[in-house]
Design a protein around this ligand. Structure first.
Ligand code: NAD
Ligand code: UFG
Length: 344
């Protein structure tokens, strides 16, 4: 069975492609490489020892998308493609609305034309805003505080309207908590350009001496140690959740939403201390002002995904810290040796 993966060379997409190929699916990737590199395609092939088809294509481009659907016998789609930086979305809202909404609408229109009505969509825990209660359940009130989050909420609404208009669709909306970690091969992972926005990529760059010191945003939150608490989930566990979701949409019609998290929260200081212990490396940090818009605590109720998708996260915070660092150490080795380490 052939699955189209939009954004398949990106961080979560590339790990999901590996899991799809290992589970026996054929994979077609569509990505415009706006936030990823073509070499990831080869790394997916090396990791899985399987072939994968890649099209450099903007998902907003319906003409090209049609050609791909015409050529490939696509049975279902996992839609990762989109911009994801909260801060950037505040500065460039139109760019976010344009890319995230137009790509999704174009994709859904072409899927409809070709009678392909099965889709798994990447949403985010950001749609819960500042939750009133914890753990966060899928039926909690939704509220967004930035244009990026609003694009996710609007797309969730579009998907619901689409299903209401035509019950032939099968749709899974996945709300990710905080994905970190990397594939254990060290070949694929998250490597943002410039100064990272998110905690783990920042920790890794400080450990790797690319940045001097980590700023811990606030120590007066209502948490165990005063620093923000989040539900970090290993990207490989997250990728495995997509296999369960795609199997579900292939089997059953309908629309449903699932949290993908571990159900456990860790504070910023707990994450730093675990990273230091596991990797035996120093991470200098200093406490600074709160970052505007941050919330105290966020962690998922995982019951629904467990019950309906038969999925739960298996890897722990030590695995996440080890694999995040291993990816960067391995990438550095690869760069020095001109990429010779790419074969497993
Ligand atoms: P990523 O940036 O690594 O991957 C997204 C990929 O989509 C990139 O390869 C990029 O080149 C591609 N892309 C963007 N716009 C495109 C377009 N118009 N046409 C074709 N390709 C396009 O991001 P990620 O972390 O892998 O996230 C994947 C999805 O999950 C995104 O939709 C993101 O919003 C969502 N998400 C991510 C997180 C997170 O913390 N990483 C959390 C919640 C939700
Ligand atoms: N933090 C620091 N220093 C940093 C970066 C982050 O102390 O340099 C703290 C934050 O204050 C927060 C925690 O680390 O307490 C996690 O911050 P991240 O930026 O890594 O993650 P967020 O929870 O803020 O947001 C991320 C994505 C959102 C997504 C959300 C839920 O950026 O897009 O997870 O999936 F919606």
């Amino acid at each position: 069975m052939k699955i189209l993966v939009t954004g398949g060379t990106g961080y979560i997409g590339s790990h999901t492609c590996c899991e799809l190929l290992n589970s026996g699916f054929d994979v077609v990737i569509v990505d415009n490489l706006s936030n990823s590199k073509r070499e990831v395609v080869n790394k997916i092939r090396i990791i899985t020892k399987k072939n994968v088809t890649f099209y450099k294509c903007d998902v907003c481009d319906k003409y090209k998308l049609r050609k791909i659907f015409d050529r490939e016998d696509i049975q279902a789609v996992i839609h990762f493609a989109g911009y994801k930086a909260v801060g950037e979305s505040v500065k460039e809202p139109l760019m976010y609305y344009h890319n995230n909404l137009l790509s999704t609408i174009s994709l859904l229109e072409v899927m409809k034309e070709f009678g392909c009505k099965k889709i798994v969509f990447s949403s985010s825990a950001t749609v819960y805003g500042n939750p009133q209660k914890l753990p966060i359940k899928e039926d909690f009130p939704l509220h967004t505080t930035n244009p990026y989050g609003s694009t996710k909420l609007i797309i969730e609404g579009i998907l619901k309207d689409l299903y209401n208009s035509d019950n032939d669709w099968s749709i899974a909306i996945l709300r990710y908590f905080n994905p970190i970690g990397a594939h254990k091969s060290g070949l694929i992972g998250e490597d943002p350009n410039g100064i990272p926005n998110n905690l783990m990529p920042y920790i890794v760059k400080v450990a790797n001496k690319q940045l001097d010191v980590l700023n811990v945003f606030g120590s007066d939150y209502k948490t165990r140690d005063g620093t923000g608490v989040r539900d970090y989930i290993h990207v490989v566990d997250l990728a495995k959740g997509h296999i369960k979701a795609i199997e579900k949409v292939i089997k059953d019609k309908g629309i449903d939403t699932y949290n993908l998290g571990t159900g456990r929260g860790y504070s910023v200081l707990e994450l730093i201390n675990t990273f230091v212990k596991v990797n035996k490396i120093d991470v200098p940090y200093k406490i600074v002002e709160r970052r505007p818009g941050d919330i105290d605590m966020c962690y998922a109720s995982t019951e629904k995904a467990k019950k309906i998708l038969n999925w739960s996260a298996k890897l722990n915070i030590e695995d996440m810290c080890r694999d995040s660092y291993n990816f960067v150490v391995n990438s550095k080795k690869n760069k020095k040796s001109g990429g010779k380490h790419e074969s497993l």
